[in-house]
Write a protein that binds this ligand. Structure first.
Ligand code: HEC
Ligand code: HEC
Length: 195
């Protein structure tokens, strides 16, 4: 069998990736862009409210790290019930259920795994199976949930950041930023199937 490899590519025309707000929120009833606007207006003086970056106030956890230790639904509930830590720094906001839901949906949206998933949905799902189940729409495109059986993480990181080129004419060349690579890896790790 011919060995297949991810070939890092240093030059050439590469497509840069996008993942826009148009895609659906995890909670279909929530309005993510409304949540984003609320977060920008109310939370950004202290918290980093987007997919990366440090918080202006260092004790305030960046939004993109908030679900490392807790479920996003607990954030919605705690915001609504004023049950967040009361240390006199974080103000107590009086939120309507809709506001709490939309902010929580925005916080879910900026998590690394969700960001990584959107990148693959937008750019790769047309050919590859990107989920924990299902076949690839393109018969030759490997299932992403099996990728890490064939390649170590650093080979994938290297290939994604320099641009992946395959011998297959149907596969476009993609090049990702450092943050996109990191978040795609978080997502890929979460779906790998045990063999
Ligand atoms: C004036 C600064 C400030 C503003 C404005 C602010 N926060 Fe905070 N927030 C903090 C600080 C500081 C903490 C850490 C409190 C602690 O851990 O004791 C915190 C903690 C939190 C937590 C708990 C984090 C965790 O790890 O569980 C959530 C959730 C949260 N903030 C959401 C928000 C939301 C949503 C907004 C906007 C509606 C907001 N905050 C606005 C300062 C702020
Ligand atoms: C138009 C279809 C198409 C799209 C879009 C596409 N791929 Fe592929 N991809 C393929 C095909 C077909 C192969 C199999 C190539 C081969 O066997 O040489 C492949 C192979 C791969 C491989 C394995 C490479 C190897 O040498 O074994 C990786 C990794 C990969 N794709 C990642 C991605 C990522 C990440 C995206 C989105 C950013 C993406 N692909 C988008 C069609 C596509």
């Amino acid at each position: 069998m011919v060995k297949r490899g991810i070939i890092p590519l240093l030059t050439g025309i590469a497509i840069s990736l996008s993942a826009s707000l148009i895609a659906q929120a995890e909670n279909p009833k929530a309005d993510v862009s409304h949540g984003r606007d609320l977060a920008r207006a109310n939370c950004s003086p202290c918290h980093a409210v987007t997919i990366d970056g440090a918080s202006p106030l260092h004790q305030a956890v960046p939004f993109w790290r908030m679900t490392i230790h807790r479920d996003v639904s607990t954030i919605e509930r705690d915001l609504l019930n004023h049950a967040l830590p009361k240390d006199n720094v974080m103000p107590v906001f009086n939120l309507t259920p809709k506001q709490a839901r939309d902010i929580a949906a925005w916080i879910a949206w900026v998590q690394p795994r969700a960001h990584g998933k959107r990148i693959l949905e937008t750019n790769c799902a047309k050919c590859h199976a990107i989920g924990a189940t299902g076949d690839s729409p393109h018969p030759d495109a490997p299932l992403f949930r099996e990728l890490m059986q064939f390649y170590p993480v650093d080979a994938i990181e290297e290939a994604f950041s320099h641009g992946i080129e395959t011998t297959h004419p149907d596969m476009p060349i993609f090049k990702m930023t450092e943050l996109q690579v990191a978040d795609v890896i978080v997502y890929l790790q979460s779906i790998q199937s045990e063999k």
